[in-house]
Write a protein that binds this ligand. Structure first.
Ligand code: M6R
Length: 624
């Protein structure tokens, strides 16, 4: 998830772009840049590793005058570390074409190979750079028209080159391109990543979201997938990918800029809960072998020999990432791989049984959690290899680990982790299937079945949001309770823990997650009349035992809210139900966690808590 902006008009372009990037920083902030067309043929390019303030200072020290068009980008790294070279905009070999991009180009390695053979020189490690060289190539092929053309005639050439470029791209993109030889037009295109055009008076904009230009105009057109916008000072024209002109109606946005950053949601947490289908899609995108559904080796670079050889797995993580680790244990053990899971803070103080036969998996959204870093360093000293699952390219964990598998969730702003957890689960399943096939514990046909089910999850998660209103009502009705209990069994037990953690951290009430089978061994004593018990009871091998545990809670006066699917609903008797779409038991945590996140959110909302910045907590815990 990166932020892009483009401007064309009479104002000082660099200022408009930089101001827009500051407002888009919540989408990514590891590096940024602007490219401004400075008269015909002139290109002013400034990029920095770091935040937009640094870019602002750099641009102020070397200002550009008279420019009337440009594009800018603030990055959240997916391919290539955060650095100036990897910062956007990217330029072609001639230095006259520039591109900014948000998304993931799935076939970039194939395209890069072709472009390298054609003599293109690459300056970055990004997937984006293939777009600009491809565009250069397409422009070359349209050269005849260019040579004969006057300025205005170049615009159709540029348009056609962009159109042909995007026809070759697979994956997700929102992109904007400028060509110094053709300064009166910017071209932008959307496929699975957001893009919106802002329509002003004698000036126009294109951006990842409206917050980037809201102070200049509130009249917008949201692009649909498969659309191109030709942005000129006089107006914006829309086309489909075949080049046919489209009629698009503009709308007037009522949001202020803070609301716009949150996509109209009241809190980042709610927005991020809703971004989970996209987080799963992005974490899977372009990483599975089409035939078997296995993880592509290049995504992890963990030698097959090592995968075949290790005797045990040890997961280390903190908080929500630890819960992803607990799910991982069920997944890996399901495929016959002995797995231990520890809080990173506890692992550090225990006698080590990790050694060269252990593969340690460190899970961390930020890649900067002090306990996780310390534990993974200790694991390395014991001779183990460390594989990091993280959302943050260039983080300390990625530099210190032997291998890295990225989740591609974009920045998570809400302190309560939601979409990062989802990305971690997706990564865990990818790894589980990859290891199991490499170790001959899973036939390729079975691997494919898992992959197919995984790929369905984003759509199923979208379906689940249809129940949001009724979840909000149940949460509102329970918001006065001082104690909440979350119960589940087996692979959903970590989801009970996660549900309880979410409610604790944003509502400041007592909540416990328990393995349902353990209830009779003590905790059932705390249940009294009206206490909310959230029971994860989707179809599983243990469903009849779970039904029994629900009866036991009800018998003590609990108000049970059961998370069920179509089939298990018939077996469970509860006060309230939240029905989730059905998937394989092994994958069910990815759907079951969503209603619990929403429930926690709406309890906190009813209690008027500071949801995105809960008391006493920090997004990243960098001290031990
Ligand atoms: O960045 P990390 O994934 O290493 O962070 C780990 C925990 O601090 C984090 O998950 C924390 O528990 C969240 N606030 C949970 O919502």
């Amino acid at each position: 998830m990166c932020g892009i902006i483009g401007y064309i008009g009479d104002k000082k372009t660099s200022d408009i772009l930089i101001d827009g990037l500051k407002r888009l920083e919540y989408r990514g902030y590891d590096s940024c840049g602007i490219a401004v067309i400075n008269g015909v043929g002139g290109l002013y390019l400034k990029r920095v590793s770091g935040r937009v303030d640094a870019l602002d200072a750099l641009a102020a020290s070397d200002p550009v005058k008279g420019a009337r068009a440009g594009i800018g980008h603030t990055r959240w790294a997916t391919h290539g570390a955060p650095s100036e070279d990897n910062a956007h905009p990217h330029t072609d070999c001639s230095g006259s074409v520039v591109v900014v991009h948000n998304g993931i180009i799935e076939n970039y390695l194939e395209l890069k190979e072709i472009l390298l053979k054609a003599g293109h020189k690459f300056k970055s490690e990004t997937d984006t750079e293939v777009i600009v060289h491809l565009l250069e190539e397409k422009l070359k092929n349209l050269d005849v028209a260019e040579k004969n053309a006057r300025q205005a005639m170049l615009e159709p050439v540029f348009f056609e080159a962009v159109r042909r470029t995007i026809a070759d791209l697979k994956g997700a993109f929102a992109l904007a391109a400028a060509w110094a030889k053709c300064p009166a037009i910017l071209l932008a295109a959307r496929q699975h990543s957001p893009l919106v055009a802002g329509l002003g008076e004698g000036e126009n904009f294109i951006a990842s979201d409206v917050s980037a230009f809201l102070k200049h105009t509130k009249r917008v057109v949201f692009l649909n997938d498969g659309e191109i916008a030709a942005v000129k000072k006089e107006g914006v024209t829309f086309f489909d990918f075949k080049g046919r002109k489209l009629e698009r109606e503009s709308i007037v946005i009522q949001w202020d800029s803070t609301m716009a950053e949150k996509g109209g949601y009241k809190h980042f947490m709610l927005k991020e809960i809703h971004e989970q289908p996209e987080a799963v899609e992005d974490t899977l995108r372009g990483r599975l072998l089409p035939i078997s559904g296995e993880l592509l080796e290049r995504e992890i670079n963990l030698p097959l020999e090592l995968i075949k050889k290790f005797k045990r797995l040890q997961v280390i993580a903190c908080g929500t990432a630890y819960h992803a680790g607990l799910v991982a244990r069920y997944v890996f053990e399901n495929f016959g791989m002995p797995t231990e899971v520890d809080f990173a803070s506890e692992f550090s103080d225990r006698a080590k049984i990790t050694d060269k036969d252990t593969l340690v998996i460190a899970i961390s959204q930020s890649g900067e959690t002090a306990d996780t870093l310390h534990a993974s360093r200790e694991a390395k000293v014991s001779g183990a290899k460390v594989l990091a699952i993280t959302n943050t390219v260039g983080s300390t964990l990625t530099r210190e680990a032997d291998f890295v598998l990225y989740t591609h969730c974009g920045p998570e702003i809400g302190v309560a982790s939601t979409k990062a957890f989802m990305g971690q689960l997706a990564a865990v399943y990818l790894l589980g299937v990859h290891f199991a096939t490499a170790r001959k514990k899973l036939a390729l046909a079975e691997a494919r079945t898992y992959a197919e089910e995984l790929l369905k999850l984003p759509r199923l998660a979208e379906e689940l949001f249809l129940s949001e209103k009724s979840i909000a009502a149940m949460a509102g009705a329970c918001a006065g309770s001082e104690h909440f209990l979350f119960i589940a069994r087996h692979i959903n037990f970590p989801i009970a823990l996660e549900g309880a953690l979410k409610i604790k951290e944003i509502s400041y009430v007592h909540a416990e997650g328990y393995a349902a089978g353990e209830m009779k061994h003590g905790p059932i004593a705390i249940i009294d009349k009206g206490m909310p018990v959230l029971a994860v009871a989707t179809t599983s091998k243990a469903i009849s035992l779970m039904a029994g545990n629900i009866e036991e809670a009800k018998a003590r006066g609990a108000r049970v809210i059961a998370i069920v699917d179509e089939d298990s609903r018939k077996l469970i008797k509860a006060a309230d139900y939240i029905q989730v779409p059905k998937t394989m038991e092994l994958l069910s945590p990815m759907l079951n966690v969503i209603p619990l996140q929403l429930f926690a959110y709406y309890v906190a909302l009813a209690k008027k808590c500071d949801i995105d910045k809960p008391r006493n907590l920090a997004k990243s815990v960098t001290v031990r």
